[in-house]
Design a binder for this molecule. Structure first.
Ligand SMILES: [Zn+2]
Length: 309
């Protein structure tokens, strides 16, 4: 009898390590697939990561689903883009999750925008009542890989805070990510170098950080203001300006209607390209590196076709 009890205890003890390891994985939820990809780079197999918005959705306007609340209920750490990108859908989800760990200001709430380079910070009085969805500067900052580097560092710091015993693991993964990013940056910069100063128009203001890093000159937008749909008068002005400047490329995020961009393309002879500003925006871009691989190859091919050099 005693032997049997001892055997049971031993078996239970043997089963513990595996169970404990599975349970100790930090449960990370991110608002976007971009942040999920960066968290995976750093967290490896010590964390589980789930993104909320899909990369083919407009991150400003995500339809809230009950499943998102379930994700947040289980989360140890929530990573957000911030700068009010998610203000239209995230706050009620956080509230309804009733998870104290991920409420704004809690240790498990990480705003990835706090340590990065933010462009287009308004100087005058800007309110959302004016229709502007970028009241705190441009929130699409992850489109500069050097900001991606800073985001990864912030995430690593937070993971170490939660799991100090895994510090070496996270720091090694961060170092490895940085090495690969540096190599990729050299490749991307070289691919874009022949087209430095290339003039483009974009639908939404999703690419200022990308443009600054890779030498694009964004001369106009299909939207009159961020979050405001195109109007006939603005479109006409844009067509005239594009003709005057000889703009040959219009970049459209995958979630916008192509009607107006195609009309602009017909009027100006410009190519209209669907260019994802997020991981998961197209199936060829399942992670942070392949996103830039895809976008840069797309741009280089279009620039070549347009005879830009
Ligand atoms: Zn935006």
């Amino acid at each position: 009898m005693l032997n049997r009890i001892l055997t049971c205890v031993l078996l239970a003890l043997l089963a513990v390590p595996g169970t404990a390891a599975a349970q100790s994985k930090l449960n990370v939820v991110t608002t976007t697939e971009d942040l999920a990809s960066l968290a995976r780079e750093v967290g490896g197999d010590r964390i589980t990561v789930e993104g909320i918005a899909r990369g083919y959705q407009d991150p400003h306007f995500v339809e809230a689903k009950p499943s998102f609340i379930l994700k947040l209920q289980k989360a140890d750490l929530l990573i957000v883009v911030g700068r009010e990108l998610e203000i239209g859908w995230l706050p009620p989800l956080i509230q309804q999750s009733r998870n104290a760990k991920v409420q704004v200001g809690a240790a498990g709430y990480l705003d990835a925008s706090l340590g990065v380079r933010i462009l287009e910070i308004p100087t005058g009085q800007i309110t959302r009542a004016m229709g502007d969805v970028h009241p705190l500067g441009n929130p699409h900052y992850w489109m500069d890989p050097e900001n991606g580097r800073l985001i990864a560092r912030e995430i690593a710091g937070k993971l170490v805070e939660f799991r100090p015993a895994d510090r070496t693991y996270f720091e090694q993964r961060l170092a490895d990510f940085n090495t690969r990013l540096t190599a990729a940056m050299a490749r991307w910069t070289a691919a874009m170098a022949p087209y430095k100063g290339m003039k483009v128009v974009t639908y939404h203001r999703s690419f200022p950080n990308f443009a600054e890093r890779f030498g694009l000159d964004i001369v106009g937008y299909v939207e009159p203001r961020p979050g405001i749909p195109p109007s006939p008068s603005h479109t006409l002005e844009l067509i005239q300006e594009m003709k005057r400047l000889g703009v040959k490329i219009v970049l459209v995020e995958p979630y916008f209607d192509l009607g107006t961009p195609n009309a602009i393309g017909r009027a100006t002879g410009a190519q209209v390209l669907e260019m994802p500003p997020s991981v998961g925006g197209v199936k060829e871009a399942p992670d942070y590196f392949s996103l830039f691989d895809y976008d840069i190859a797309l741009l280089a091919k279009a620039a070549k076709a347009a005879g830009l050099k």
